[in-house]
Design a protein around this ligand. Sequence first.
Ligand SMILES: Cc1cc2nc3c(=O)[nH]c(=O)nc-3n(C[C@H](O)[C@H](O)[C@H](O)COP(=O)(O)O)c2cc1C
Length: 216
Amino acid sequence: MNTNVQKVRKDYAKRELKRDDLPNSPVELLEDWLSAAESTDPDDYNAMCLSSVDETGKPSSRIVLLRSITDQGIRFFTNYESKKGRDIAVNENVCVNFFWRDWERQVRITGVASRCTPKVSDDYFASRPRASQIGAWTSHQSKSNVEPKIQERIKDAIESFKDAEVIPRPDFWGGYDLSIETIEFWQGRPSRLHNRWRYRIKNESEGAWNVDLLDP
Ligand SMILES: Cc1cc2nc3c(=O)[nH]c(=O)nc-3n(C[C@H](O)[C@H](O)[C@H](O)COP(=O)(O)O)c2cc1C
């Protein structure tokens, strides 16, 4: 093997996460960690790995962008007919993971995904650049060997929307809200003795959480 994967070794030592550092609401801590990550990686800090599970129990993961944090949970946008959309239609349980290398931090969130309201998806779609809106119309995301080929479909779509001032949102494209059931904050520590704190929702209506310390 031509790479160094067996030998590369890094000690995590920049920071600590102690019980006293934990706010009552994990959303507050998530927002703090996102702001910190934004300061060092303003382009990609909101990229998160989303895992879904299909009807046979097989998982798959991919990167999507966190678009907001709301009372409904964390929000991302995609094609509802994509692989992930089809998985969520049969199994609403999903997991997302952030890794911020500059901060030696990881966050894992588990919960249930549900479609945003059409209004939320419309508003977000309207805020996207026109080329991305056309892209959403033309991509049969995750399908194989689609004819005509994508470049041709894009040309056709540009032509058919050329007089449209506003491009409407396709029904097959929109947002999901992931309501948080558990959220684990991981801070890298020396000798693999990392700090791991997991919040678990106790009472959703009161926003009350149990907090556990996990072994590294
Ligand atoms: C940095 C980055 C950001 C991405 N953001 C999104 C996103 O917000 N929504 C999305 O549908 N796909 C996004 N993608 C593409 C997905 O990773 C994936 O290829 C696509 O959604 C199809 O996934 P699926 O076949 O598992 O459904 C992003 C990829 C990268 C690398």
